[in-house]
Structures are given as C-alpha cells and as structure tokens.
Design a binder for this molecule. Structure first.
Ligand code: F6R
Length: 608
C-alpha cells in the first residue's frame, strides 16, 4: 500500500528519499513521486513506473528538504497526474496515505474558492486546504493543524512549503507514521524499513500527533494540540532481514525462513517446562478465567489462521469460538457478549478493516481483547489489552507465508493455555504438546525439502485457467489458503471447498482440464476424503494429493502424489501449508508474474 518517506538534512536528501521508496516497494504501488525544496521553489518528479524509473527522472533534482511517496490507487486511476506529491499553487507539497472521506465536499468548497484541481485524488484537497491557511499568514505548522481539523478520514501526511526550507510537517491519524532521529537531520516514514540506511533511532507517532521537524530539533503535538514527548526507540530490525540474499524472490526467502520464524515465535514456551498465560501479558490469567467464548476477527490469510484456530479451540480447549471476516463484522449488527475474548490476527497490525472491527467490538462492550501480530509497535498491538507477537521478522512478499504459519503457532499456544486454564489439559498432554512444538521447526524443514519435486509438478499448471482445492476439517482452511496463494500470485482462478461439499455443486466443474489439489492428512477424516477423491477421479479430474505417510493413497493415471514426511497431529495444518505455498510460488514462476508484487495488491491494507 502507499508509502511515505521525508527528510530534512544538511545534505542532498534525494538519494535518501529514493532508497527509502525502494525499500517500501514491497508494499505494492502503481506510481511514485518526490518533491524537494530548492532555492525557494518546489521541484516535483513523478512517474508511473518503478522507483528505478523515478530515480532516473530525478537525476537533476536536489535539495535538503523533501517528501516522497509510492501510491496505490484508491481515488483516481494510476497516472502521473494522480501520483503524489500533490501541489497547491506550486507552493505547498503534500504526500498522503489513507482516505479522506469528506473530500468531495471539501473539493467543491475549495473549487468555489478559486482552487484548481489537477488530479482525481482525495489528497489534493489537503494541499489546497493547507495552502488556504498558509496564505493567511499562518506558519506551516499552524496551517497544517488547521487543515487537519477539517478532514474526516484516515491519514499519514508529510507537508513542505516552497518558501520554508527549514521545516517538514507531518501527522498521522489512522495510518502509521514514524520519525527517524539522526544527527542534525530528521526523517519521516510510514515503515521503519525505509529509514534503516540512515538511522535506527525512531519515534512511533500516536493517533492524532502532528510533528514539526527541523534539522536540529523536532516538536510533537498530540491530538489536543499539547506539546508532548514520545519515547525514542532503537529499531531492532536488521538491514539483512529486509535483503534478498541468495533467494530469487522475497516469497521464496520467506517460505524458507519458516523453521526459524516458528522457532523464534515458540522460543519462550519451548524453553520452559510448562505453559503459562503470562506470555499474553500481565492481565492474561485474570482475563482467561473470565471468558466463556472467543471471537476471532481478521482478513485474508490471517482470517484463514483464525479458521484453523476455531477447530483447535473447540476441540482441545472446549471453548466456543466464532471467526469473522473483519470487513463484514464491522458493519454487522451482532449480539455482544462481555465474556468473549476478541482476538484480532494480523501480520501488519495496521489493516484498516481489522482495526475498525476491533473498535466496533469495543464499542459494543467487548473489553477482553488480544492481538496476535507480527509488528510490535503496530496499531492493533497498542489497541489490545493482551498480545502475542509472532516473531516471523519482516515479511516483504505481498503473499503472506511465514506470517501465516507463525500465527498458527501463536493460536495453538492460545489453545493450549486456554485448555489448561479450563482444566482440559493433563500434565502429560501438556508435556506431549510441548514436545511436538519443539519438533515443529525441524518437521517444517523436512517439508521444505520437497521443493524440487513441487517445482517440477508446477510445470503442469502453467497453462491452466482454474484449479480446485479440497480439504476437510482442520485442513479445509489450508485448502482455502492454498487457493488464495495460487490466485494472488499466479492469477489462476482457484477455489477451495470442504471435500464433502463437492457433490453439492462444484463437482459440475470437474473435467480433465480441472486440476484438483487435495490436502490429505492421516487423520480421522481420511477415509471420507478418499471417497471424495474417487468422486473427482470418476469425472476425469486430475488429482494432485499432498498425502501423509500411511494414507495408502497411491499414484496412478491422473493421480499425482506428493508424499509428506510425517503426520503432525493437531499441528498438521502448519506442515500442509508449506507445499501449497511452494506450489503457488513455482506456478507463478512458470507464468512469469511479479511474484513479490502481484498486480492490484498491496501489503498492509491501510484503507477500507
Ligand atoms: C494474502 C495476504 C492478505 C493478508 C490480509 C490481512 O497473502 O497477505 O490476505 O493476510 O490483507 O493482512 P494483515 O495480516 O496484515 O492484517
């Protein structure tokens, strides 16, 4: 999704802005731009190509104060005129992430007041609003504050003025933004990875903060306009963790990082002899004792993790659990229960729909909240009473991989701890599960060894238009996840069904051209699944089965078997996810798509 970088320094900031944008490319974008102040003028460069193209176009541009942006279109098509920064009267430049909901009303008013709009974006109203207040003699800070007071919606912004080379103003509400503190230079960005080459000292801004950045100092004002201090933190994100290293794509790298990511996420638990609620926060024990149900809210892949957790929570912990897509829940009249633990799951912790769903739940009286999230300083983590951080490290590929499997690991811990709290777990079972969790990273590593075989298998999908994924029970959400991965990076239309549901409709789609991919764990539903696979074979469908040992499903004409190394009991969904990620990855390679930045998609969906 959109990215912001800004800098005020004693040196030319253009290379800093460009490198920052390059580091945000993974978030997905369709155009990019930058503006710098130079000799009392704004120099503006924009492009609909990659940041590398913007870089070429900026060869002659320099200045010691500037803002830059990668845009993911919401209002207005991807084009140079809609790319940020947006200018007002060649005097004020603005970059913006988020959505201004009352922009039409503001646009009419500003047009009536003589402002000429040159783009279709909602952002341009911010530039003109700031200009209108600045033209009345206000400082850039006051003019920006006055403009923000008129906006309804979500924003992270950076603002500069042609005649004020000493100041960069930025602000956030509903979209992430942080400051970078350097020596006699300051920076702003929507994501810490953009600033790592210049500083690790960062200040995460809070909702409603407005900041005035000078070279030697900065001032932060909170939502009420009061000057406040915010803690400077040292980012622990390592530069290498956002570099590609030996891999061809971030997605491939991140698939391979899963054993380590899981080991990191499970570290504190696996190093101890017993499971304690404290890993979720100081108030966890009291909260867990007070709840009688779970409500999981999430989007996309994170929602699939929630669907797996429902099986675990009801089967192992004996606690009622419902799972809802955040964008649906937020607008649905539902029946609140104060004894429900609301669990939000998110890689980024900034997903707008998940945030809104959490606010909706709270507004309905849900006081027990838990975030399972991969980004420690994110909005969702700050907004929940309890938290468990997945320690997957930065996920750059748009398609979520290691974030998903670490979410599953975190949700399994939640299940076990609730089971223990509720008297559903014997000491012996606890030790057995701890043993299985310790073994999990090496079990995942063994599945990764299937990579060459899966790469070969993927060749058969290169000319396919459609695919069906099947799973049952605990593995139905894994079929959903496999289908999502395939469609988002290879653009092959893929659907997932619980295998028992086939004969109620989708079987009509099956013929020799329809590949049917099935997850076949050696569990209680295996025999039922085998019958469903027969139904497919009998209609000429080509089967690709990821089968555990001892399932006795054999390769035959039209039946391709990938042998999984072992059956992992309740943890099996984690193992069965890996080959489906690899399959999607290698099919995308066959099709030559932009694996890490699939068309139309963005990482961190910070708009509704
Ligand atoms: C798919 C994918 C998305 C995200 C979804 C939620 O591969 O990555 O479906 O899972 O946009 O994002 P987070 O987890 O950041 O809330």
């Amino acid at each position: 999704m959109c990215g912001i970088v800004g800098a005020i320094a004693q040196r030319n900031v253009v290379p800093i802005l460009l490198e920052g944008l390059q580091r945000l490319e993974y978030r997905g974008y369709d155009s990019a731009g930058l503006a710098v102040v130079n000799s009392g003028q704004l120099q503006l460069v924009r492009s609909t190509g990659r940041v590398a193209e913007l870089s070429e176009k900026s060869a002659e541009t320099q200045g010691q104060l500037g803002i830059a942006h990668t845009r993911w279109a919401t209002h207005g098509v991807p084009s140079e005129r809609n790319a940020h920064p947006h200018l007002s009267n060649d005097h004020i430049a603005v970059v913006h992430n988020g959505i201004i909901e009352n922009y039409e009303e503001l646009r009419s008013r500003l047009t009536a007041g003589g402002y000429v709009f040159t783009s279709d974006t909602d952002t341009e109203v911010i530039a003109h609003l700031v200009h209108s207040h600045y033209a009345r003699g206000n400082s850039l800070l006051v003019a920006t504050q006055a403009a923000l007071a008129e906006l309804v919606g979500a924003y992270a912004i950076g603002v500069i003025a042609a005649d004020d080379p000493e100041r960069l103003i930025c602000a956030r509400r509903g979209s992430p933004l942080l400051l970078g503190v350097g020596i006699e230079e300051h920076f702003v960005a929507s994501d810490v990875s953009a600033l790592l080459p210049v500083t690790r000292q960062v200040v995460y801004l809070e909702e409603g903060d407005v900041v005035e950045l000078l070279r030697r100092s900065y001032r932060i004002f909170d939502a009420s306009g009061k000057q406040v201090e915010r803690t400077v933190q040292t980012s622990e994100l390592s530069n290498e963790s956002v570099e590609l290293g030996q891999y061809r794509h971030y997605m491939q790298k991140e698939i391979h990082e899963q054993p380590q990511a899981l080991a990191n996420t499970l570290e504190s638990v696996c190093n101890s002899q017993s499971l304690v609620p404290g890993i979720f926060g100081a108030e966890a024990a009291a909260t867990f004792a007070d709840i009688d149900s779970i409500l999981i809210l999430a989007c996309g892949t994170s929602h699939h993790a929630g669907l797996v957790a429902r099986y675990w929570l009801e089967a192992i912990a004996g606690i009622r659990c419902s799972v809802e897509i955040a964008s649906e829940y937020r607008y649905r009249a539902s029946v609140p229960n104060p004894k429900t633990l609301v669990v939000v799951i998110s890689q980024s912790g900034e997903t707008a729909d998940t945030q809104a769903a959490l606010s909706h739940a709270k507004a309905q009286g849900h006081g027990h909240t838990l975030a399972i999230c991969n980004v420690p300083e994110s909005a969702l983590v700050r907004l929940c009473k309890l938290r468990l951080l997945t320690r997957a490290g930065p996920e750059i590929g748009v398609a979520s991989t290691k974030a998903f499997t670490t979410q599953l690991a975190a949700l399994f811990l939640l299940t076990l701890i609730l089971a223990k709290t509720r008297g559903h777990l014997t000491g012996q079972q606890e030790q057995q599960y701890l043993h299985e969790l310790r073994h999990l990273p090496s079990a995942v590593q063994k599945v990764l060894d299937l990579e060459p075989q899966i790469a070969k298998l993927a060749e058969r999908f290169a000319n396919k238009q459609h695919a069906l994924f099947l799973g049952r029970g605990l593995h139905y959400p894994i079929a959903l996840e496999g289908a999502l991965k395939l469609k988002e990076i290879s653009y092959i239309h893929a659907e997932a069904y619980p295998a028992g549901e086939l004969k109620h409709g989708p079987l009509a789609l099956v013929d020799k051209d329809m590949p049917v991919i099935s997850v076949a764990p050696n569990d209680a539903l295996l025999e039922k699944l085998k019958s469903n696979l027969q139904e497919v074979r009998a209609r000429g469908g080509e089967l690709y089965v990821f089968a555990d040992a001892d399932t006795h499903i054999h390769a035959a004409d039209g039946i391709h078997i990938m042998q999984m190394p072992e059956h992992a009991g309740y943890l099996s969904p984690i193992l069965h996810t890996i080959p489906l990620q690899l399959l999607a990855y290698y099919v995308a390679l066959q099709k030559g798509t932009d694996v890490d930045k699939p068309r139309n998609l963005a990482k961190s969906v910070t708009v509704e």
